[in-house]
Design a protein around this ligand. Structure first.
Ligand code: ATP
Ligand code: MG
Length: 297
């Protein structure tokens, strides 16, 4: 059975697609048979990988239009990497899925059929928490949460963790948090360093050792429809995603969950860290305040 990993963060533009495409590529380069599933109606991963497909051969058509899973699994530049494209049609799936029984399990059914021959299935998600997200989390065994090393990156973290808990508790699905991944890290910027440190303290699960640097080559590669390993393999971004693939491979599936750390002053809990002083032109609310109703405890 493959390790199925969903790339999750309801915040837009934090590096989910960049992570999905490049993690999948380096897993494949390491000899792991990998299937990249684009599950975002923006279909950015499909574009970034240059996946060639007929208009009716997408994940939407496999889930809701009776197209066979064999038809939607496409080859890529890399021998060990296959991809399932998405299209804007997937936005319609949100409405159509509501009508069907087991609406949370449609993608899991697909992955069970299509994913058997793979070591890894990587699911790229869009910037929202809705039925498509729940479908991906029910299909996945693990999640990776890319977090941008920028102001406000921890906003909404409570809601994200609640969604994971909902899937675990209300839907009874054992979902492991693989970890948070620091993205767009600029070690020359004090704010970036402070936020990286803050995420390492505040994220209640594992945080990957590697930090994905802000890198022009990573931003350029999708324009050429290539993963970074084919566009700029010697760039810092390429090395970072290669290291991430190594860390992910090294993580044992089913390994004991790193215990959740709480910040409520309870025995063993940690005192809340002092947030950095925001620059004067930012709103005065702390970047590390949870939103209304959001809580880690
Ligand atoms: P969405 O929520 O819209 O799906 P996303 O979380 O998938 O967005 P990406 O599309 O991966 O985010 O990245 C957002 C933008 O930032 C893209 O233009 C991408 O090329 C760029 N980008 C991502 N990671 C980096 C990086 N490490 N350095 C520089 N640019 C990056
Ligand atoms: Mg994306």
């Amino acid at each position: 059975m493959p390790r199925v990993i969903a790339i999750l963060n309801q915040k837009g533009g934090v590096g989910k697609t960049t992570t999905a495409v490049n993690l999948a590529s380096y897993l494949a380069m390491r000899g792991k048979k990998t299937l990249l599933v684009d599950f975002d109606p923006q279909f950015n991963a499909t574009i970034a990988m240059g996946v060639v497909h007929a208009p009716n051969e997408t994940i939407y058509h496999a889930l809701l239009a009776g197209v066979s899973h064999e038809k939607v699994v496409k080859s890529t530049y890399l021998t060990n990497l296959h991809a399932v494209p998405a299209s804007a049609d997937l936005a319609g799936a949100l409405i159509e899925l509501i009508e069907i029984p087991d609406r949370e399990l449609a993608l899991r059914g697909f992955v069970e059929k299509a994913g058997g021959a793979y070591d890894f299935v990587i699911i790229d998600l869009g910037p929202s928490l809705h039925l498509l997200t729940v479908n991906a989390l029910m299909a996945a065994g693990e999640v990776i949460v890319p977090m941008q090393c920028e102001y406000l990156s921890l906003e909404g973290l409570g809601q994200l963790l609640q969604t994971i808990e909902l899937v675990r508790n209300n839907l009874g699905h054992h979902l492991r948090v693989g970890g948070a991944l620091l993205t767009m890290y600029d070690k020359r910027e004090k704010l970036s360093r402070e936020i990286a440190r803050e995420i390492r303290k505040r994220f209640p699960h594992h945080v990957y050792d590697v930090e994905i640097p802000r890198s022009v080559a990573l931003a350029e590669a999708p324009q050429y429809r290539k993963p970074i390993m084919l566009y700029a393999p010697q760039s810092p971004g390429a090395f970072a995603y290669e290291r991430l693939a190594e860390e992910v491979i090294a993580q044992m599936e089913g390994a004991p969950e790193v215990p959740i750390r709480y910040f409520d002053g309870s025995p063993g809990g940690e005192a809340p860290p002092t947030p950095p002083v925001p620059p004067p032109d930012y709103p005065q609310r702390s970047a590390f305040d949870m939103g209304a109703g959001e809580s880690l405890s």
